[in-house]
Ligand binder design. Structure first.
Ligand code: FMN
Length: 472
């Protein structure tokens, strides 16, 4: 007991119980709405900051981190880079953070430096990240993946450096001497993604498919041990699962090729087996189109055959995923055919998300792709076109996007306690609700550089023009 007549402050700091270092408690999740009784502007909050509960997991808001490969793993193991990268984002108010595409077998990595979850040594470094994110009251999930025929590549900057520094012009297959597996690149059919540039894959055997299911199942067991809040299956961007569903890359004659039912058999089996053993949220990332109308005509050709993978088949697949119990479809596009003509621009993949929202029952819909403005993001949700927003590049450019969005939209959300002093302009006790401040027509924010808002003044935050690179 302190015996003194000093004006003693009685409270000890609130700390996270059981965490292995001192960690101040955030008291409520970073990025969650502050008490609407006190912050009256939160009584009718922008939809972007409405929480979302899926299978008992409460996501504090709807502006989420999209999966992003970091090519910074050590034999598939998370490193300090991941701890800092994901941990920092959890401190900045994102409704969740997602671990990048994580291979369930070694040959399912895009690059030798990809994240993996095929052995128990990979549990501990990821658990360190997850424990920290939970320590700061964040939500964290993981994208489970297999790179299929696009495996054994170099990290993008390794290739860029070779091109820029040495004038390199050759292919992109990493050899065994650099940790690659050029002779063990697996695909539904032995068709290269880019002949002479990418690997020549071997056709997956029936035995490989059984082993693959087991690998996904084992990875889910590891996810349980790690304590992830949700799992996303990577079914997009021309990787293995997309390759299976797509008539252009799947020419199999067994029960996994040919008809649409056969081509979607693998993702449905995977979703089912994961759903049976994983009772937390399960998401699926889909490429909703190959963007091949201009090259190949309609998705279903005049002989009534599916010519390429598009939104009609995606809708059928998504309904079946919903029926299995997949909770959310994360709607991306492209990546499986070099002839793709992507119509890039703000919210460019939103029409596909919106289509699935309208046409599929019992599934939440996430949209991703050049969403860089708070009004743009919020209006998508207010207009009922999607249920959550995922950001990739915007998060890398502006890690504070969620809190800046709250400021812009007139909501008061919780900053990390350590950073409170930077957010006094946002955490203001208002005595009224000003819905008008957070609702604008989406069309107002979809323009190019220099666009004016409805008052004729230049908008503060203009979405920068993006190029569509081949996405992981
Ligand atoms: C650095 C980087 C890494 C990425 N890695 C993945 C990945 O691991 N899995 C995936 O599905 N998409 C990946 N993507 C694609 C993004 O998740 C996202 O769909 C795409 O970048 C479009 O969103 P944006 O305009 O907000 O960047 C990656 C994108 C970037 C920029």
């Amino acid at each position: 007991m302190t015996k003194t007549n000093q004006p003693i402050f009685p409270n000890p700091p609130k700390k996270v119980q059981g965490y292995h270092t001192y960690l101040p408690d955030q008291v409520q999740p970073v990025g969650s709405l502050l008490n609407p009784e006190v912050y009256k502007q939160n009584q009718d909050p922008p939809k972007l900051f409405e929480s979302l509960t899926i299978r008992g997991v409460e996501f504090p808001n709807r502006v989420w981190i999209a999966p992003m490969c970091q090519y910074s793993s050590d034999n598939g193991k998370a490193t300090d880079h991941h701890f800092v990268h994901l941990g920092s984002m959890a401190m900045r108010g994102w409704g969740n953070v997602m671990v990048e595409a994580t291979a369930v077998v070694p040959e399912g990595r895009i690059t030798p430096e990809d994240m993996g979850l095929w052995n128990d040594d990979q549990i501990e470094p990821l658990k360190r990240v997850v424990d920290y994110v939970h320590g700061v009251r964040g939500i964290i999930g993981i994208q489970l993946a297999h790179a299929g025929r696009k495996a054994s590549n170099p990290a993008p900057w390794t290739l860029r450096q070779a091109i820029e520094e040495e004038g390199y012009k050759g292919g992109v297959v990493v050899g065994e001497e650099n940790g690659g597996w050029p002779n063990n690149v697996q695909a539904p059919s032995a068709i290269s993604f880019n002949q002479g540039n990418y690997a020549n894959p071997v056709e997956i055997t029936a035995e490989y498919i059984e082993n693959l299911k087991k690998a996904f199942s084992d990875a889910v067991d590891r996810c349980k041990k790690i304590g992830f809040d949700y799992i996303e299956i990577h079914g997009a961007h021309g990787y293995l699962i997309h390759e299976f569903v797509d008539p252009l890359s799947n020419k199999r004659t067994d029960s996994y090729g040919g008809s649409l039912d056969n081509r979607i058999r693998l993702p449905l089996e995977l979703a089912k087996l994961i759903r049976e053993k994983w009772d937390k949220p399960l998401f699926y990332r889909v490429s909703a189109t190959d963007w091949l109308e201009e090259e190949l005509g309609p998705e279903k050709n005049k002989n009534d055959e599916w010519a390429w993978w598009g939104i009609e088949q995606t809708t059928i697949l998504t309904q079946k995923l919903a029926d299995i119990g997949v909770d959310l479809i994360d709607v991306s596009s492209g990546g499986n055919d070099l002839r793709q003509k992507v119509k890039v621009g703000p919210s460019y993949q939103l029409p596909y998300a919106e289509h699935l929202k309208k046409n599929v029952s019992n599934i939440l819909v996430g949209t991703v792709g050049i969403i860089t403005d708070p009004h743009q993001a919020n209006d998508i949700l207010e207009d009922g076109k999607a249920d959550v927003i995922l950001c990739a590049r915007q998060a890398l450019r502006d890690i504070d996007f969620p809190l800046e969005a709250a400021l812009e939209l007139g909501a008061a959300v919780s900053p990390a306690v350590q950073y409170e002093r930077a957010w006094t302009r946002m955490v203001v006790k208002r005595d009224h609700v000003d819905k008008a401040s957070h609702h604008h027509g989406v069309s107002e924010v979809q323009g190019e550089e220099g666009q004016k808002d409805s008052n004729g003044t230049s908008k503060k935050r203009t979405p920068p023009p993006e190029v569509h690179s081949s996405v992981p």
